[in-house]
Design a binder for this molecule. Structure first.
Ligand code: PEP
Ligand code: MN
Length: 339
């Protein structure tokens, strides 16, 4: 930590701070400038009381306290300069090949899921999405088919060869969901649920971590750190829009998150334009923007009959529009040097 002291403090005040830093288990190194004193404090924050509170405890003496290193360690590019790739069955996400994960918001029936799975596979998707446990705003809305939905996802995988991504809502279901899923999705509402992140990590399955509804990128990276620090390096971040004042879209898709996640971390970044827009008519354009900005994959909601969907009907693409989108993406994917 770097501790900057206020200008014009007395010797006695300096001694007070140095004593406090040592008391908390750190070794202070004093740098005397013309107007101010700057202290470098060396020590391990995992095993000692943090120095962050020095400013609040000694407001007359301390001007600011700044970390020297990023707060995330395993996620950071400094720790791992090359891009990581995440192995999902025979696929590798985050490498040269661009991936599209597609399927319904919720698994509703065998016919709905198998029809969608066949269509998205034929159009070029490699992963089938579908919620079996659904995080709904109201308890009176469809909550998902639960294990029955997981079984249908496994059936669709068997028939199409697609890998499966599905959401884990509760620690109690970690083993159950891991039995069926190739990728465990942690939804926006649970991005701050650290015990759930640890439970997901411990299954050993790849984890896709959505950005929380009002999560700063640093908080998102730190949430990801919970996965990596629990012996699971197969993490993907997924930007799905954040809450803003804007009402023309359901959320505001933060495309700047793509180059930022790439700069700060080595993990793949996936874009979900469906939750981002909340409107099917915007999804194509948002997918194109995501490819151009360097995303590694897309997560898109697709339904055989969006108007009759049991959840998120306004934002799901029809099978035909999804097939069109995949054609339109092809030249863009090649133009950014991907396959
Ligand atoms: C979803 O993918 O259907 C979903 C609920 O996503 P999010 O957690 O991003 O809202
Ligand atoms: Mn949805």
């Amino acid at each position: 930590m770097i501790i900057v002291l206020k200008p014009g403090i007395s010797r006695k005040q300096e001694t007070t701070i140095l004593k406090e830093i040592r008391k908390r288990g750190y070794k202070p190194h004093v740098m005397r400038g013309v107007a101010r004193i700057v202290i470098g404090a060396i020590g391990d924050e995992l095993t000692h009381q943090s120095l962050e509170t020095l400013g609040a405890v000694f407001p007359q003496i301390v001007e600011s306290v700044m970390p020297v290193q990023r707060r995330y360690k395993l996620i950071s590019r400094e720790a791992h300069p090359q891009n990581s790739t995440v192995r999902v069955r025979e696929h590798s996400i985050g490498g040269k090949k661009f991936h599209v994960m597609a399927g319904p918001c919720s698994v509703e029936s065998e016919k709905q899921l198998l029809t969608t799975a066949e269509a998205v596979r034929a159009a070029g998707a490699t992963v089938l999405r579908g919620g079996a446990f659904k995080p709904r705003t109201s308890p009176y809305e469809f909550q998902g088919l639960g294990q029955k939905g997981l079984k249908l996802l496994a059936k669709a995988r068997k028939e199409t060869g697609l890998a499966v991504i599905t959401e884990l809502l509760s620690e109690n279901h970690a083993e159950l969901v891991a039995e069926y899923a190739d990728i465990i999705q942690i939804g926006a509402r649970n991005a701050h649920n650290f015990q759930l992140l640890i439970a997901a990590a411990k299954t050993g399955k790849p984890v896709l971590l959505k950005r929380g509804l009002s999560m700063k990128i640093e908080e998102w990276l730190l949430a990801g750190e919970y996965v990596l620090s629990n012996e699971n390096s197969n993490l993907m971040f997924c930007e799905r829009g954040i809450r803003t004042f804007e009402t023309y879209t359901r959320n505001t898709l933060d495309l700047a998150a793509i180059p930022i996640i790439k700069q700060e971390s080595h993990c793949p970044i996936v874009i979900d334009p469906s939750q981002g827009a909340g409107r099917a008519d915007l999804v194509k354009a948002m997918c194109k923007g995501a490819v151009a900005m360097g995303a590694d994959a897309l997560l898109i909601e697709v339904h055989p009959n969006p108007a009759e969907a049991w959840s998120d009907g306004t934002q799901q693409l029809s099978l035909a529009v999804f097939a069109e989108l995949m054609q339109e993406l092809r030249p863009l994917i090649l133009a950014v040097g991907r396959e």
